[in-house]
Design a protein around this ligand. Structure first.
Ligand code: IVH
Length: 651
């Protein structure tokens, strides 16, 4: 490689790293993924090692964060630097890591054990206790100087304010994180940014309201001889410590890594890998540091779930109820082992917030099994001729003029009964499990039948028997017979399923059941008045109005009457003799033994109606941990309040 080019690339990399450090540390607003940032550092280190003449101690490769930190908080110099970990991405990287250690110590691999821990994706913090009481807490800052966040740390509820120790001074280090349950709807792109933002509030009461948590992973206690004993002591002192285990060889390390990766989905916090630390602390001391990382530990990162790619186009998808959702068509990219070529943009407000344009370079993220989403746009890579995306005014499918519903952040096509996309989506829903439950009529078949003109609306499904279906693609004699039988069976339908299959906006399983239990026949449902509707628990005034309007709209009534020519609707209370049957119940707070969803299902199963807000008609308010204002309201209205235990006793 030509030396000038190397020099140029090093200069470029240094500038990029400095820029991203500033965005990350000073502004808590990174614009690249960790993966890309790590790659920049890796490349810089690689070049500096191959061309030592261009390396100098000022290079960001020797530093942990930005050289200067701009902060309204007082600065704290760490007793010893808060470093970061080297990353491994493959089994081979871990194998090399063990080899390096074994050679350095001149100890055989068999005699080196590792403490395996989860790598918590939060922000590191140091807490110094004096005479057992919190004295000073600080952020990592640039690794040498951090910010004094003592008052904010004191609001983190699982950090003990006092610990039982003989030591005059003890320093604990660990990771502050935001539980995923608190992160939802926080408006931050990821829980780490949310935690960092919350921890650096000038008003500790704001930090307190963000529900942060802490996992401890280090204590400078001379009486400890291993990392495992450090973690055990921390636990004994009352700190939460994330899952850990002793690993004796590469196999055990790989097992811990695989299991951690699998268990990731079950946790209420984000982890981005596993950390492996030489367990013996005397070995750790001998191993020392290289650059900004200790030689004794390594972070084995999970496959990256964030990646950078280009937006080739923006497609508009039309949902069952006509909502138009913009979808980014991406230059295909591998993300966590899956190739991604589309990402949802949710709605046009979100697109505006991101200022996303065709041709933009974007960061996409995929967590678990959820649909990938675009989390940020790299404005520095925007093509010069790019244009702001214009919100559509006509339906891309049927060319009907779209309606903008700002209250619902929704743009929709009102042509519900003839927009092909809506009709097909609706029929898929109509046949699905909680509606008519017609086995054998899935997405593919409905699309095929629609395209061939066999079914133009759900009513046609009940006349499919008129067509020679045999010999169609994927249809033999037996499958045709089965399908027609399933359609026949579906014609006897319970009232709540019938209501559900009408696709009334915002009416799901629970409200359908509540409506069915209240009216008990389709004739009564059709005769509903607003008063009656709003008396049903869980259906507020606005929703009552929408439902009423739905049943008063001619085209809907026509459809229902047509349907009723083919099907018979019946009502059966789930369990008429159960003491909760017909009772209106509302939940508040976190339940400890079962999930809220399971509790709701239990209630529905015995014929109770689950409401979402307390009114004078509510029969029971079931109260879990940290109840909301519903409790106050229930007391005011004289509604019976029961505990989770009392609730369970009713079954
Ligand atoms: S040990 C030399 N253990 O990951 C630093 N760090 O890049 C020693 N982290 O800054 C840190 N979980 O914020 C350690 N179980 C764990 C960790 C952990 C998360 C964070 C920490 C550190 C970064 C490393």
């Amino acid at each position: 490689m030509d030396k000038d080019a190397v020099k140029k690339e090093i200069r470029f990399l240094k500038n990029e790293i400095k820029k991203h450090d500033k965005l990350y540390y000073n502004k808590s607003k990174p614009i690249v993924s960790d993966f890309e940032y790590d790659n920049l550092r890796k490349r810089l280190l690689e070049l500096e090692q191959s061309f030592p003449e261009f390396d100098n101690s000022n290079s960001p490769s020797h530093k942990i964060g930005p050289t200067t930190i701009h902060t309204p908080f007082a600065k704290i110099t760490h007793k010893y630097p808060m470093l970061s970990l080297d990353n491994a991405f493959t089994k081979g990287d871990i194998d090399n890591f063990i080899d390096r250690i074994s050679r350095f110590l001149n100890v055989s691999r068999d005699n080196i054990d590792f403490c395996a821990e989860q790598k918590i994706d939060g922000v590191s913090a140091s807490i110094i206790y004096k005479h057992g009481k919190i004295d000073i807490a600080s952020t990592r800052g640039n690794g040498y100087i951090g910010e004094n966040i003592t008052e904010n740390i004191k609001t983190v509820r699982n950090i003990p304010h006092e610990i039982d120790t003989e030591e005059q001074e003890l320093e604990i280090r660990g990771e502050v994180y935001m539980p995923l349950s608190s992160f939802e709807n926080s408006g931050f792109v990821n829980p780490r940014n949310a935690a960092s933002g919350a921890l650096r509030q000038l008003d500790p009461s704001i930090t307190s309201s963000r529900n942060l948590r802490f996992f401890a992973y280090y204590i400078d206690d001379n009486s400890c001889s291993s990392q495992i004993s450090i973690l055990n002591i921390l636990k004994k002192m009352g700190f939460d410590v994330a899952n850990f285990s002793l690993c004796k060889n590469l196999n055990e390390i790989m097992n811990f890594y695989e299991n951690t990766l699998k268990s990731r989905k079950l946790l209420d916090y984000e982890i981005d890998g596993a950390v492996f630390k030489v367990n013996d602390l005397s070995f750790q001391k001998r191993l020392g540091f290289v650059g900004r990382s200790p030689r004794h530990s390594i972070a084995f990162k999970f496959p990256n779930e964030e990646a950078t790619t280009q937006v080739n186009d923006i497609e508009l998808s039309v949902g069952r109820s006509g909502t138009i959702t913009p979808v980014a068509l991406l230059e295909p990219i591998s993300l966590g082992g899956v190739t991604i070529s589309r990402a949802t943009l949710y709605n046009f407000n979100e697109m505006k917030r991101l200022d996303l344009r065709i041709g933009d370079t974007v960061v996409v993220k995929r967590s678990g099994d959820v649909i990938p989403k675009v989390i940020s746009v790299d404005l520095t890579k925007r093509p010069a001729n790019s244009k702001e995306y214009e919100q559509p005014t006509i339906c891309p499918c049927c060319y009907t003029e779209l309606i903008n519903d700002p209250g619902m952040v929704r743009v929709y096509c009102p042509n519900h009964y003839s927009c092909p996309s809506q009709v097909v989506q609706y029929m898929i829903y109509f046949c699905s499990k909680h509606c008519f439950n017609i086995n054998g009529l899935g997405k593919q078949q409905i699309n095929d039948f629609y395209n061939d003109g066999l079914i133009k609306n759900p009513i046609d499904i009940f006349e499919l028997y008129k067509y020679p279906l045999k010999d169609r693609d994927r249809f033999g004699e037996i499958s045709v017979k089965k399908l027609l039988q399933n359609i026949e069976d579906s014609k006897n339908i319970e009232l709540h399923r019938f209501i559900m299959s009408l696709g009334i906006p915002q009416i799901g399983e629970i409200s359908s059941r509540a409506l069915a239990d209240r009216f008990q026949s389709i004739e009564n449902v059709l005769k509903n008045d607003i008063e009656e509707l709003s008396e049903i628990g869980g259906i507020g005034d606005n929703l009552a109005l929408d439902i009423h309007r739905f049943f008063k709209t001619d085209i809907n009534l026509q459809f229902i009457n047509n349907l009723l020519r083919h099907v018979t609707v019946f009502y059966k209370a789930l369990s008429e003799d159960h003491k909760l049957s017909g009772k209106i119940v509302v939940f508040t707070g976190k339940l400890s033994k079962i999930s809220r969803n399971e509790a709701k299902q239990m209630a529905i199963r015995v014929g109770a109606i689950v409401g979402s807000s307390v009114s004078k008609n509510t029969d029971y308010l079931i109260v879990g941990e940290k109840p909301s204002s519903k409790l106050k309201k229930a007391i005011e209205l004289g509604v019976k309040v029961i505990t989770e235990k009392e609730w369970m006793e009713k079954f």
